[in-house]
Design a protein. Structure first.
Length: 276
């Protein structure tokens, strides 16, 4: 069933482009990338904010791009428009934005895209999480997704804070799984067992499951490190236990340092002198 309504995309990066694949008929706003027409969003019933949320120097999520995008877009939207935060943001961000822009309907709709399977995950998502604090926003988003995906996809309908929290929990768990898989792979190499057979047998347990995470070389192959660091910062600010995830983060940093040392050792002495 084709969606005949235009959908707005704010931020034409990786997430914005993947989101556009699903909704097809889109109006894009991203001036630095050649899409300066802000008024095009006013004709859309729904717009998705897909801007970066990097990690700041203190480990927290930098929301400057999100706040800047909303400040530009919200004033030109109609009262019926739903502005959806698709970027990964700390729990409570949408509610704070709702207070700042009371005439705009805001909602959370986190993405769960894998960097190496963007198109597949965009067109055939494993689930759709809709975090809306109003019945109106919830209904508009559900109608939009049903028009593109039907009702066979699992939908998780919740409030905005829970939806934002879900994204951090998911990415931190994936970071933990990848790190664990790396430890197991090293152990199998040490004792001479077949890693693929181990993964297949373990993955058949529904409590564990298969997945690409068993075969990734590092966290840097996925968009996970920044979210892991930001989630640790959040847990510390909430004064809840973050030791497990801190260990995962430390192991990641340790491996990066080890790879850097190994890479330097592989550089021939003559090439090293020429660089200087």
């Amino acid at each position: 069933m084709k969606n005949t309504l235009t959908t707005g995309i704010v931020g034409n990066g990786t997430v914005g482009q993947a989101t556009a694949l699903l909704f097809e008929d889109v109006a894009i706003y991203d001036p630095p990338k050649g899409h300066p027409d802000l008024s095009a969003l006013a004709r859309c019933p729904v717009s998705f904010v897909c801007v970066p949320t990097p990690t700041s120097t203190n480990g927290r999520c930098d929301l400057s791009f999100v706040y800047d995008a909303v400040s530009q877009v919200a004033p030109i939207l109609s009262n019926n428009h739903v502005l959806v935060i698709r970027s990964t943001v700390p729990p409570g961000t949408v509610r704070q934005l709702q207070e700042d822009y009371p005439n705009t309907h805001l909602a959370s709709n986190p993405e769960f895209l894998r960097a190496h399977r963007l198109e597949e995950d965009a067109l055939r998502p494993s689930r759709v999480v809709i975090g809306a604090d109003s019945v109106y926003s919830r209904q508009v988003l559900l109608k939009l997704y049903h028009s593109r995906l039907g009702r066979g996809v699992p939908y998780v309908i919740t409030d905005s804070v829970t939806a934002e929290f879900i994204k951090y929990v998911a990415n931190s768990f994936l970071a933990t799984k990848i790190t664990y898989a790396q430890e197991i792979r090293k152990a199998t190499q040490h004792i001479g067992t077949h890693y693929e057979d181990v993964v297949r047998a373990v993955g058949l347990d529904p409590r564990i499951g298969p997945g690409d995470e068993w075969f990734l070389d590092s966290l840097n192959d996925e968009c996970l490190p920044k979210d892991l660091e930001a989630f640790i910062s959040l847990l510390r600010s909430w004064r809840t236990d973050s030791r497990l995830l801190e260990t995962i983060h430390d192991l990641k940093e340790e491996r990066l340092r080890g790879r850097a040392v190994a890479a330097r050792k592989r550089v021939p002495p003559q090439a090293s002198r020429q660089r200087k």
